[in-house]
Design a protein around this ligand. Structure first.
Ligand code: NAI
Ligand code: MG
Length: 477
């Protein structure tokens, strides 16, 4: 059984309880992780506070940056092991798990370089005064991480928080703890002082709730579902703890008739098929200008029919979903589509020898979906793409913005004026033109509007959210 990682030590759970670790490609149990509770969270928060007040907090920004860089290098040195862990635990095809390791290493590299470049400003004020701002770490930050990209999300939030000088307590999702535990262990090995990074595994309503409720946590970063996000911010409000929320989306890809279809098709397919559609910034709606609608449906149909699904180790287009309940959730959406008479334009294929116990869903393209249908409005979090026509620019904008979410959008057109006009009207945190980044790169600020959440992660912007801006005013004349 894997224990918690607190204060650079393996620590048994206070409750003595554990949670089975499941391989989604086979549906089999291959280990256990600790079932954390409020006592474990309390121990981790105290370890983090001690580190912040002590060995970790005393390091200069440059010294912190060097440690982050060492961790980045160590992650790449342990590539094969981390790929294997993540593939087994989350069902990720190996090339997608490899992309995650490259990503987390790049986050630590980026934030290593940024650590000693986080500066304040001087502000012109009245005569006889000098006023300046400094950016101070918040203290102890809590990170509630989902199961879809454990390493990437650890990298983007813990990496930024450490660079800013905070000590961290991480609560991974109960379905995806192994890679994060190993990353924390590697951090200790490269020299992070005890207590700088602590990992408590467990269920959301136990360990996650205890973290968001803890009075000595100075910031919560949460990525997950809108309902739990709402719960976390309400709980954290009890102690006025600031919360960054990243809550997924229903991100549109808007395709005009003049777009480069050869460039567009593989990108649109990847944006919904990668990680089997379990991506907060998945491009899950395609809106197509009426005159090109049938042509785009035909192209996407051909692409979907070529997609293959199977166990992670076969390294196909899609692996399994994370767990049976997620598969049932996706199937319920598809059953509803069937009941409502929606048309499945295309599906991918499950390989013949896929293990019977795995949680497989073939990629599915559904055409002519009414904009008000649940499939066009709600986050399915599976490889399900809906496609619908639009009449003109105004109609495209209206459809694009007409969901509760607002995380990412993309616009495919060669018309430069239209690119910018449309981009300015998108209600989303990121807009891609003739490309789609599914969240974009490490360097690009990322986050939502509306039900997609608030606050920005990634890039330099994330550093600001993990600091407190202090204004110092000196009267000298
Ligand atoms: P979830 O929101 O329950 O899980 C996310 C994280 O929150 C996990 O670490 C979980 O343990 C924790 N959590 C759960 N209850 C909590 C509580 N009361 N207090 C504090 N932390 C808590 O998401 P779930 O149920 O795994 O997935 C359901 C749906 O949520 C998915 O189908 C998808 O639509 C959405 N989702 C979106 C994600 C994103 O990247 N934006 C990631 C995961 C899920
Ligand atoms: Mg698992």
């Amino acid at each position: 059984m894997k224990q918690h990682f607190i204060d650079n030590l393996w620590v048994a759970p206070a409750s003595g309880g554990h949670i089975p670790v499941i391989n989604p490609s086979h549906g089999t149990v291959f280990g256990h992780v600790a079932r954390g509770n409020s006592d474990d969270i309390d121990l981790a928060v105290r370890a983090a506070r001690t580190a912040f007040d002590g060995a970790w907090g005393r390091l200069t920004a440059t010294e912190r940056g060097r440690l982050l860089q060492k961790l980045s290098e160590s992650l790449l040195q342990h590539m094969d092991e981390l790929v294997q862990l993540e593939s087994q635990d989350c069902g990720k095809p190996t090339n997608q798990a490899r992309a995650d390791v490259n990503s987390i290493a790049r986050y630590f590299e980026f934030y290593a370089g940024a650590a000693d470049k986080l500066m304040g400003e001087t502000i012109p004020y009245q005569n006889g005064y000098t006023v300046f701002t400094i950016r101070e770490p918040q203290g102890v930050t809590g990170h509630i991480v989902p199961w879809n990209y454990p390493m990437q999300i650890f990298g983007r939030s813990v990496g930024a928080s450490l660079a800013a000088g905070n000590a961290c307590v991480v609560k991974p999702a109960e379905d995806a703890c192994l890679s994060i535990l190993r990353v924390a262990e590697l951090a200790a090995e490269v020299g992070f002082p005890a207590g700088a990074i602590n990992v408590v595994t467990g269920y959301g309503h136990e360990a996650g709730d205890a973290l968001s409720r803890h009075p000595d946590v100075d910031h919560i970063s949460f990525t997950g579902s809108p309902n739990i996000g709402k719960l976390v911010i309400q709980t954290a409000a009890e102690h006025h703890t600031p919360v960054t929320l990243e809550l997924g989306g229903k991100s549109p890809q808007i395709v005009f008739a003049d777009a480069d279809f050869d460039a567009m098709v593989p990108v649109v397919v990847d944006a919904i098929v990668r990680n089997s559609g379990q991506t907060c910034s998945a491009g899950s709606r395609v809106l197509v200008e009426r005159s090109a609608y049938e042509a785009v449906v035909a192209r996407l149909t051909a692409a979907f029919e070529a997609l293959r699904v199977g166990p992670a180790e076969m390294d196909l287009d899609c692996g399994p979903l994370i767990r049976d309940s997620q598969l049932q959730r996706v199937k319920a959406y598809l059953d509803e589509a069937k009941r409502d008479g929606l048309t499945v334009a295309a599906q991918g294929h499950l390989v013949a020898d896929a293990p019977a116990g795995g949680f497989y869903q073939v990629p599915t393209l559904i055409r002519d979906v009414p904009p008000t249908h649940r499939l066009a409005q709600e986050e399915v979090f599976g490889p399900v793409l809906v496609i619908m026509p639009f009449e003109d620019d105004a109609h495209a904008v209206q459809l694009a913005n007409d969901t509760a979410f607002g995380l990412v959008s993309s616009i495919w057109t060669r018309d430069g004026g239209r690119q910018l006009r449309m981009a300015r009207q998108m209600q989303s945190g990121q807009v891609f033109i003739n490309n789609y980044g599914a969240g974009g790169g490490i360097e690009l600020p990322f986050g939502g509007v509306k039900a997609s959440g608030h606050g920005r992660e990634k890039g330099f912007e994330a550093l600001y959210s993990f600091t407190v801006l202090k204004t110092i005013s000196i009267k000298h004349d």
